[in-house]
Ligand binder design. Structure first.
Ligand code: KG4
Ligand code: ZN
Length: 338
């Protein structure tokens, strides 16, 4: 059998990341987070691409160093082609192309959403990989999808958001409550201390397996404005209950669609990915689904659920085995589909 080293590069949003994978195992997984966006309450694309420009060489250098190899030992370079912010994608794409050209090794283009899903195939002691077919729900600040996965590169999006991503529902609700960005983790912590039924928010009515979160955000805004008018201290006095109720509603929306997807397809292997899969409420709801619906659930290590380059490297490895390489004139694609 061959011994293959792949460098993965991820730069689709606000994390500059590089990872080395040796056959299926991760040797290094380096991420430079861009703190600059916190002050703006969201990712500023122009600032993100500049920060990628600063970070990319040191991050790749560190990934090689931690893996204990030199760039001359690499067999291929995998990079995120899309979807994502164009100015961000261009930095990783151009860097990957130049390095592959310089080293005279193959270049492999990776769909970021396939990366989130195939992160489950990273070799990890004690981690069971989902068998095909399975349903993957990718939930983050940028995406909300349910994907039917029949094989590594045979995937069908069967449901997705028609407006905001679920992470935005957490973050924008948090902003209304005066919480910092991103607000998901704090809402999660406070939710554990509050009553999820204290306040009721109606769930959006969306056909089939699609999601909508923009109406939910507006409902939270109007609710808070109304209550604060009556009691200026409403938020401080009820913050844990508000967070618990928001989280309860959002998880209800996700679980309703996931249950429907499982019922429609007959698939009971359920995997999740994306930053929101860190949420303790969604993790618990999935575990409950094992008892209630006979599901087998797959939840990867936290570092492989948020944006990272290990997931790009594993896709690179799987494509390398199939000889599926990119041309040197490949271009980034902000709206790349699965
Ligand atoms: O995957 P990710 O790191 O970046 C992308 O958006 O692609 O996901 C970030 C999102 C943010 O919206 C953040 O608020 C949310 O994941 N998040 C959480 C939790 N941890 C992170 N949302 C709810 N509960 C959490 N514990
Ligand atoms: Zn992502």
């Amino acid at each position: 059998s061959q011994n293959i080293y792949i460098l993965g590069i991820e730069s689709s949003c606000d994390d500059t990341a590089a990872s080395i994978i040796y056959n299926g195992r991760i040797l290094s997984n380096v991420i430079a987070n861009q703190k600059i966006h916190e002050a703006y309450g969201g990712v500023v694309p122009e600032l993100a691409s500049r920060a990628h420009q600063q970070n990319i060489v040191p991050v790749v250098h560190q990934a090689l160093e931690k893996a204990g190899i030199t760039k001359n030992e690499l067999h291929a370079i995998a990079f995120t082609k899309g979807p994502g912010l164009m100015g961000s994608l261009l930095v990783g794409t151009s860097f990957a192309k130049s390095l592959a050209y310089g080293l005279n090794i193959p270049l492999i283009d990776v769909n970021h959403m396939q990366g989130h899903i195939l992160a489950h195939y990273i070799d990890e002691d004690g981690y069971n990989k989902p068998p095909f077919p399975f349903l993957a729900m990718t939930i983050s600040g940028g995406h909300t999808q349910i994907v039917k996965v029949d094989h590594y590169f045979d995937m069908t999006v069967i449901g997705e958001t028609i407006d905001d991503a679920v992470g935005e529902a957490f973050d924008k609700s948090g902003k209304i409550l005066g919480l910092g960005y991103p607000a998901g983790p704090e809402i999660d912590k406070r939710a554990a201390l509050g009553n999820p039924k204290a306040f009721k928010f109606t769930k959006p009515k969306v056909d089939g397996l699609n999601f909508s979160f923009s109406g939910f955000k507006t409902a939270v805004l109007y609710f808070i404005q109304r209550e604060v008018k009556a009691n200026p201290n409403f938020i401080e006095e009820n913050l844990n209950d508000i967070c618990a109720s928001i989280q309860y509603t959002i998880i209800g929306i996700l679980m309703d669609k996931l249950k429907l997807a499982s019922k429609q397809t007959g698939i009971k292997n359920i995997a999740i990915g994306g930053g929101v899969s860190a949420n303790s409420g969604i993790r618990k709801a999935l575990k409950d689904g094992e008892q209630k619906f006979g599901w087998t659930t797959y939840i990867p290590k936290f570092e492989f659920t948020t944006d990272n380059a290990a997931m790009i490297a594993i896709v690179g490895y799987l494509k390398f085995l199939e000889g599926d390489f990119a041309e040197q004139n490949v271009v980034a694609s902000a709206r790349l589909k699965i």
